[in-house]
Design a protein around this ligand. Structure first.
Ligand code: 4AD
Ligand code: MG
Length: 477
């Protein structure tokens, strides 16, 4: 009979019909009950083995991790908690798994341990749930934009520009380093590295996205971006996926509305389509919480947190208003923030962001109109001469999840700002051309996809929400 995925099988009315399933053994109890999983759902199908009439050699090969093909009849389950069982008639071992050597035992493993065997961690309930949620979220991103007439624009991975001007780009080279081209002073000429041109991996597709928006009106990118910052945090990766919409004729308020609508749409999509996985992850966190002291426990469960995010408007305020709140706040008995903040003009540290989001407003916050000194050259300058039309969205437990702005469409103001900041105008001539020929008000933002997955899964470390994390010293597979 034809193979059925376990997810579909669990919704099938059992009537003694013959079915075939294929998957991997999670546990095998008493030589009688196999829990088989094929990744379509967190639930296992229980397979009842007629062990008295089964070859002993075959029973020995049914070990945790082994790949099986099982044919049998679908019957109502004898056990609690599941609707159907398969009474096996034929079991075929497609791939053995030596129980002495298989690193995943049928018990709870720490996330740290699983990170070291990241090639096998897909086979755990937690990572199965995470990557199904990640899959849904990425599908929902496309659905959201496609329904609104946005064009998915593929921007290059190899580029000569550093879109953020922050000098955090990985170089790309095809130089023969045994016989490299040299400058007059004898050093390796890295300006020659990409067939005669200095290039790097993209840090953001925004500048190219703006070119698209100046003709197609509304575009979005969704692809990998790279940052060569040597940061070992639970919120940073060297390779992460970013969603960057760019919209002609949008101002900052339109930009905020779109970002808030996008976040709510994708979260509610996951809640609807991945209910079982999110319930599992919620349960996991609730269990974890029990071992913590009272003060450190979550006020809301993961499910409640997600629903709360959907039900409430994000708080919108300016950077200046945020500084005023922080100045008057006492985060704990010992210290006040004014000792921590140098004053107006300083960048907010994560403890400040956390205070605003988790203690003061207790909901997602959009901060706008940052000092121009701490933001990128392309952001539109406000009339006060001090701030730019920037927006950052801060999420509880995550910090910055979105960064964006209205763009500086006025050629003179843009060129002047690039000069002030030492951004090479000649290298970005093509970008400036959009301001020369039919430039118009426009805006956009970047949503860090892994930070979104972190929020929706409730996980604590960004390395656990991307299948193959890239961070300092980690790139083996
Ligand atoms: O704030 P960022 O650097 O903004 C840009 O790159 C703009 N060009 C976006 C735009 O306006 N089109 O990055 C945007 C988001 C951050 O808010 C964060 O969520 C995520 O990307 N991000 C990272 N995620 C994981 N690891 C890193 N190293 C990240 N750096 C930024
Ligand atoms: Mg940012």
């Amino acid at each position: 009979s034809q193979r059925i995925k376990i997810k579909a099988l669990l919704q099938t009315e059992p009537a003694g019909q013959e079915v075939n399933v294929k998957g991997w053994v999670r546990t095998f109890r008493n030589n009688q009950f196999i829990a088989l999983n094929d990744g379509s759902t967190n639930s296992n199908i229980q397979i009842v083995v007629d062990f008295q009439n089964t070859d002993e050699a075959l029973l020995k090969r049914i070990t945790t991790g082994a790949a099986l093909s099982v044919t049998g009849t679908l019957v109502a389950s004898l056990g609690k908690g599941q609707a159907v069982d398969i009474k096996a008639t034929t079991i075929e071992v497609l791939g053995d798994s030596d129980p002495e050597k298989y690193p995943l035992q049928p018990k709870k493993h720490s996330l740290e341990f699983l990170r070291e065997i990241a090639h096998l961690r897909f086979r755990t309930n937690t990572f199965g749930a995470i990557f199904r949620v990640r899959n849904s979220l990425s599908f929902a991103v496309h659905t959201f934009f496609q329904e609104r007439g946005f064009v998915y624009l593929h921007t290059p991975v190899i580029t000569a520009s550093d879109a953020e001007g922050a000098g955090e780009a990985f170089k790309v080279t095809n130089l023969d380093l045994n016989n490299p081209p040299r400058t007059e002073s004898g050093e390796i000429d890295f300006k020659q590295d990409f067939f005669g041109r200095a290039t790097n991996l993209t840090v953001s597709g925004q500048l190219e996205g703006e070119l698209g928006a100046m003709a197609l009106s509304d575009i979005y990118t969704f692809g990998p971006t790279f940052r060569a910052e040597n940061s070992n945090t639970t919120r940073h990766l060297a390779e992460f996926w970013m969603i960057e919409p760019e919209m002609a004729f949008y101002d900052l308020a339109d930009n905020m509305d779109l970002a808030e609508a996008l976040l709510k749409y994708v979260i509610s999509y996951a809640l609807e389509h991945n209910r079982e996985d999110i319930e599992f992850l919620t349960q996991r966190l609730t269990e974890e919480d029990k071992s913590k002291p009272q003060q450190e426990r979550q006020e809301m469960t993961l499910l409640e947190k997600l629903q709360f995010c959907l039900d409430n408007d994000f708080e919108r305020l300016t950077y200046t208003q945020a500084i005023d709140i922080l100045k008057d706040s006492t985060p704990n008995k010992k210290k006040k923030f004014q000792y921590l903040i140098e004053g107006w003009g300083a960048d907010l540290q994560s403890e400040h962001e956390r205070y605003l989001v988790e203690k003061h407003f207790k909901k997602p916050v959009i901060l706008t109109d940052y000092p121009k000194e701490i933001k990128s050259f392309y952001m539109r300058q406000n009339d006060d001469g001090k701030t730019v039309a920037a927006m950052d969205i801060l999420f509880p437990g995550i910090g910055e999840i979105v960064g964006g702005s209205q763009r500086e469409e006025r050629l003179e103001r843009l060129e002047q700002r690039m000069d002030e900041m030492g951004i090479p105008k000649d290298e970005l001539w093509w970008y400036l051309d959009t301001r020369r020929f039919g430039g118009c008000p426009h805006a956009g933002f970047g949503l860090g996809f892994e930070r979104l997955v972190l929020f929706v899964t409730g996980m604590g470390n960004i390395r656990d929400v991307i299948p193959f994390p890239r961070f300092p010293k980690n790139a083996e597979f």
